[in-house]
Design a binder for this molecule. Structure first.
Ligand code: WT7
Length: 652
């Protein structure tokens, strides 16, 4: 990595020039949960004992575990022998402790309608829906697909599954029917929970029609539950499709939270890898809940009595699972959940929401921050943001400029920023500051959290103490993935084979002279567009599935707003007349709008090595407008000049 001409080498230089430091303000430290190094010290003495203490303090167990960790690479079992119920931990225990009237969710619909849901109300609705699912024949271990907008029913559906031991697989509402069908079929899900539609940018986007299209190819689905939200017309199939409100209306609110094994499968969440087939990442019960409860509490310095927390992610991603549903609810937090886009009706919608609910902890993605920067300082300045006290980012590296803007214009110069590095696979945060303890540097995720061990290694697996290399994790952690659904070999190959005895994250990273970690982006063929992971191969397969396309090559090129943008180079079949728009629409239909290439260049040929491998690095250079250096290994060097000419002539 970091070969000359590689975009990451520029990034390294820019990042390494950063020497501003931000110690936690004294006023913040006064009330902070963690100020010194005691958690780090404790964890470095004995990480297993450390995690066991967190599990015992932060989570309610029905049965104590007898073994903290059973580790046989790559298979980890945490809290072996322990039993618990995740929904009990997220709901019942708070109500039992007298906090039933505390607001769990301040929900804000995009059109401006709102709902306030207390812990007692959420518990009741989860019990009713859990009973409704049982009534549809759902049993522990069954897979349930969820394809919903950002409405409270998404959290209810997940928790209802957890309550009865069913395994949810949430598919982001922006994914196409084809992506939904693929995920349902891979998991062989029995029930699909969807909605008529949801609101987005002022209009209803229909979901049920996409769900109908998917179910036409998913033999395992027996029932479909439909939440009414958009009010759009939908077809309901007798006996198969059920309205959510009718089901819960007829269901009892008594549903005991049965204990499940600590290693009982809690959910699957599909994410892109380097092949065309998304991976069903498996997360289990006890370790996952411990990890997300612990990180949500300490990384955000959560004071549940007074804080109002808001994570702007969608429940369809791991951030929504861990830091909208499980972490915050397990901690008994009060949170804001918002249905729509940040620019409806105006570019200040987020800041209006922060002021309206008095949000104190705000967690969003760098791509959003860069977009806010573009919209101008005046938007946040219209609102009183003085309630904010901790800011977080996740999903991609944050450039120092965006960090500084976030610090000044959103945080008013007083809020610590936690840049949290983690992955769908890690389940919870792994590398991040603790806001009352860590001196931050803009653009650095700083240090592994207490309990986490990360190291940078070179190509030969030698540890690097200063400089760049591959990010690896050297110890198992409770929230770690337990495998890829149906594909143990891919699990081993992807994460545990590149370096002996280490988990390979797929990211490049660098350690500076002070031991700070700087994340540098993916080193594999996975793109990161607006914090969403999309594989180049997946987009290539979508393109070649169009009858007009003979061959396609896809690269992620640096983009000022979205981090990376998707560029595709396509060779058409001789007799076809498809154009860029047709092919972009085709990708949206195959995968979803998030995977639509920003540009598609039609080309007569692609640069390849003599052995026939597509030269992606060259294509990235072309996409980023860099001059191409040595092309002597190319089978046909002239194609590069032609591609470069096209890229510049069609620049807007
Ligand atoms: C990939 C994981 C974790 C939830 C959202 C994305 C990148 C994530 C950071 C960060 C630099 C980051 C990595 C990682 N990433 N957080 N703070 N700094 N890069 O989850 O879709 O599983 O993607 O996102 O490249 O491998 P995901």
């Amino acid at each position: 990595m970091a070969e000359s001409g590689d975009p990451t080498s520029d990034t390294i230089n820019a990042l390494m020039a950063e020497d501003r430091v931000f110690p936690p303000p004294d006023s913040f430290k006064n009330d902070a949960l963690v100020t010194g190094t005691f958690l780090y010290d404790e964890a470095s003495q004995d990480d297993e004992a450390f995690w066991a203490r967190q599990a015992a303090e932060l989570v309610d167990w029905d049965t104590e575990w007898d073994t903290i960790l059973d580790w046989q690479l790559p298979d980890a079992k945490w809290f072996v022998g322990g039993t618990l119920n995740v929904a009990h931990n997220c709901l019942d225990r708070h109500v039992a402790a007298g906090r039933g009237d505390k607001v769990a969710i301040h929900w804000e619909g995009e059109p401006g309608d709102t709902r306030t849901i207390t812990y007692a109300e959420l518990l009741e609705e989860v019990c009713r829906f859990a009973n409704a699912l049982k009534g549809l024949g759902v049993e522990a271990g069954d897979r349930i697909n969820i394809y919903l907008p950002m409405i409270p029913e998404a959290a209810v559906a997940m928790l209802a599954c957890a309550r009865i031991g069913a395994v949810h697989s949430v598919v982001f509402g922006g994914f196409s029917s084809q992506s939904l069908a693929d995920r349902i079929n891979d998991a062989e899900a029995k029930v699909l929970i969807t909605a008529d539609g949801g609101y987005r940018r002022g209009a209803v986007f229909p979901l049920k029609p996409a769900a109908d299209e998917a179910i036409a190819e998913t033999p395992s689905i027996e029932h479909v539950v439909v939440v009414q939200r958009g009010g759009n017309d939908v077809d309901m199939v007798d006996g198969r499709d059920h309205w959510y409100h009718e089901l819960i209306g007829g269901a009892s609110s008594e549903c005991p939270a049965e204990p499940f094994d600590a290693e009982h499968l809690l959910f699957l969440l599909y994410t892109s890898g380097t092949t065309g087939r998304p991976k069903g990442i498996m997360h289990t019960t006890g370790g996952y809940l411990t990890h997300v409860t612990y990180t949500h509490k300490y990384v955000f310095d959560l004071h549940p009595e007074t804080d109002v927390y808001w994570c702007t992610a969608d429940v369809g991603w791991i951030t929504g699972h861990s830091y909208i549903v499980y972490g915050p609810l397990s901690n008994g937090a009060t949170q804001v959940m918002y249905e729509g886009v940040p620019n409806y009706p105006g570019n200040d919608r987020f800041w209006e929401i922060v002021a309206k609910y008095g949000v104190t902890i705000f967690y969003t993605a760098p791509t959003a921050i860069r977009t806010f920067m573009k919209w101008g300082d005046a938007e946040p300045a219209k609102h009183d943001l003085s309630s904010l006290r901790v800011l977080g980012t996740v999903g991609e590296p944050i450039n120092p400029e965006a960090w500084m803007w976030y610090h000044e214009h959103i945080g008013g110069g007083r809020c610590p920023i936690v840049d949290t590095w983690w992955q769908t696979e890690t389940g919870g945060m792994m590398i991040s500051p603790l806001p009352g303890a860590t001196t931050t540097k803009p653009g650095s995720a700083t240090f592994p959290l207490p309990g986490v061990r990360a190291e940078i290694v070179d190509d030969d697996a030698n540890r690097i103490d200063v400089g760049g290399g591959y990010l690896t994790l050297t110890r198992p952690w409770p929230g770690m993935l337990r495998g890829i659904w149906g594909d143990p070999q891919r699990f081993r190959d992807t994460y545990w084979s590149r370096f002996p005895d280490r988990y390979f994250a797929g990211d490049g990273a660098k350690l500076d002279d002070d031991g700070y970690l700087w994340l540098l982006g993916r080193v594999d063929d996975v793109m990161n567009v607006s914090g969403h992971r999309i594989s180049t191969t997946e987009v290539e397969s979508a393109l070649v599935s169009h009858p007009s396309v003979a061959e396609a090559a896809v690269v992620g090129a640096t983009d000022d707003t979205t981090g990376q943008a998707i560029f595709a180079y396509v060779i058409l079949r001789g007799d076809s007349d498809a154009d860029e728009d047709v092919l972009r629409a085709h990708v949206a239909e195959e995968i979803g709008a998030i995977a639509k290439p920003k540009r598609i260049f039609l080309t007569p040929d692609l640069p390849k090595t003599r052995s026939g491998k597509i030269m992606r690095r060259l294509l990235r250079d072309v996409a980023e407008g860099r001059n191409i250096g040595d092309t002597t290994t190319l089978a046909d060097a002239s194609i590069v000049d032609e591609l470069q000419a096209r890229a510049t002539s069609s620049d807007d």
